[in-house]
Design a protein around this ligand. Structure first.
Ligand SMILES: Cc1cc2nc3c(=O)[nH]c(=O)nc-3n(C[C@H](O)[C@H](O)[C@H](O)COP(=O)(O)OP(=O)(O)OC[C@H]3O[C@@H](n4cnc5c(N)ncnc54)[C@H](O)[C@@H]3O)c2cc1C
Length: 456
């Protein structure tokens, strides 16, 4: 990010002790710093690259926010532009974050990676970093929900002359070799990348998973505006039955903010020539791919979810006695017929590139504190772990829908600040005997894809 003031100095970390260390300088870490600063709590924010870099480094050129601009409400930094109902393009989002950094003297140390975190018997945290070692009374891990691009090992079997990249590395159609493209995965990234290529005139083949979708607008307003008004975004995950938690964590419904915002209807793409398949299940080294027989089901599930959201909006409008224009419901414009292909020969279809829109994983191996569940997910209650003084911020559905987004991270940061302020270091015995935390399901992945069966 250009033009920003830098307040951190790598040399100032080694050997230092701080009351609070925040690891990660994205929107979550910066929001945390804002609240700590307001309470006068001495702290540092340690960022491996540059603050907010994820928005520029890992989004394609035509990327726009999916959430409306008015939901950019980082603490002390609400959206102040003239298009609150619009959807900022990538570079404006980066500028919004850069302006945040420039507005507040965050104690930010950039280009410093925390490589190790452990806690001694006295309850003090030790952080090893690429700029030396420091200690802290409390630590907030704000290293992001979408850390490590995940590509299935199936990718190793594809022919060498096929270009492969993860959606995090995709920039534009022009960056790919000439020819048709296979996109695997239909979460937010997969659908938007497929649309980007489709609009550029590329022949797109798309492996459709079980991700659901949501309409952009309904009955005169953006659906996000309706859901805000209904109070959905204020609902804590604990208000939902535990059986729903996995669904909530997966529910990153596809829609786009591109060109002012519109639905993403994969059936409509199919009528325009995009080739749809079910989930990718298998591949041979000669480039023959196999898909599941679940395309019909996956499209139906996506539409049903979208219509379900409309049902909830209808119910709200009726209960509140609002005067909102009626709107006809969605009618599917295409469906796969009998014998729809479940095989695809990459060479025969001129496919020169495969984009793995198969999501992200977390990498918390550097945290040597036993707060993780069997799948490596940090157990916590609203970001507070069972280890006194150790917190997470920015996890999807950490508390509400917006926890991992620009719209809801502020209230989580404020909540944690209250916990940090009231912290008194307990002795080791009390922690070992401490209350077990809730185990949430595996975190949201942004994408939808299922691991392939064994390959031939
Ligand atoms: C394709 C896509 C589209 C999205 N669209 C929207 C949207 O429209 N609206 C919305 O509100 N949200 C959206 N999000 C979700 C979310 O807002 C972003 O993922 C956002 O970047 C999360 O901010 P964060 O601060 O939690 O994590 P990040 O931005 O990932 O920041 C974490 C930081 O931690 C640093 N870090 C990691 N490990 C270490 C370490 N060991 N030491 C030091 N630093 C470290 C990283 O370098 C990084 O800068 C989208 C996400 C994706 C992937």
């Amino acid at each position: 990010m250009d033009g920003r003031q830098r307040f951190g100095d790598r040399d100032g970390l080694d050997g230092r002790h701080v009351p609070v260390a925040v690891v990660g300088g994205g929107q979550a870490g910066l929001s945390m710093s804002y609240h700590l600063q307001r309470r006068g709590i001495d702290h540092v924010v340690i960022e491996a690259k540059t603050a907010g870099h994820d928005w520029t480094d890992r989004r394609w050129d035509s990327f726009c926010l999916v959430t409306p601009n008015w939901q950019c409400r980082l603490p002390g930094h609400p959206y102040a532009g003239d298009d609150p109902d619009g959807f900022m393009p990538r570079d404006e989002i980066a500028a919004y974050l850069a302006a945040y950094v420039n507005s507040y003297q965050f104690p930010l140390f950039e280009q410093v990676t925390v490589t190790r975190l452990h806690r001694d018997r006295a309850g003090r945290f030790h952080l090893g970093s690429t700029a030396g070692d420091l200690t802290a009374d409390q630590v907030v891990v704000a290293t992001g929900p979408y850390q490590v691009p995940r590509t299935p090992r199936l990718a190793e079997r594809l022919p060498e002359d096929v270009t492969q990249l993860h959606s995090a590395a995709y920039r534009s159609p022009g960056g790919l070799p000439e020819g048709a493209v296979l996109v695997v995965g239909t979460g937010q990234s997969g659908c938007q990348v497929a649309e980007d290529l489709h609009l550029a005139g590329r022949q797109v083949h798309l492996a459709v998973g079980g991700a659901t979708r949501v309409a952009r607008r309904y009955r005169g307003r953006d659906v996000v505006a309706w859901l805000e008004q209904t109070g959905y975004y204020q609902r804590a995950i604990t208000e939902f039955p535990e059986a729903d938690w996995p669904r909530l964590h997966r529910a990153n419904q596809y829609v786009t903010g591109r060109d002012g915002g519109h639905d993403i209807d994969l059936r409509a793409f199919a009528t325009e020539g995009m080739r749809l398949y079910g989930r990718l299940t298998d591949a041979t080294t000669s480039g023959l791919l196999t898909f599941g027989d679940d395309l019909t089901q996956n499209l139906d599930i996506a539409d049903a979810a979208s219509e379900g959201v409309k049902n909830s909006i209808d119910a709200y409008i009726e209960a509140a006695g609002l005067d909102a224009p009626a709107e006809a419901r969605y009618v599917p414009v295409w469906a796969p017929g009998p014998g729809h292909p479940v095989k695809l020969d990459l060479a025969a279809h001129g496919i020169t590139a495969v984009i793995w829109a198969t999501g992200f994983g977390a990498d918390h191996r550097w945290i040597e504190v036993p707060v993780f569940d069997g799948r490596g997910y940090p157990t916590h209650r609203r970001g507070v772990t069972s280890c006194p003084g150790l917190y997470f911020l920015g996890l999807p559905w950490q508390h509400t829908w917006g926890s991992g987004r620009l719209g809801g991270v502020a209230q989580d940061a404020e909540y944690l600040t209250g916990k940090i302020t009231g912290y008194a270091r307990p002795n080791e015995v009390s922690w070992i005997a401490g209350t077990p935390m809730s185990t949430f399901p595996e975190p949201e992945r942004d994408e939808d894809w299922t691991a392939p069966r064994t390959v031939a």
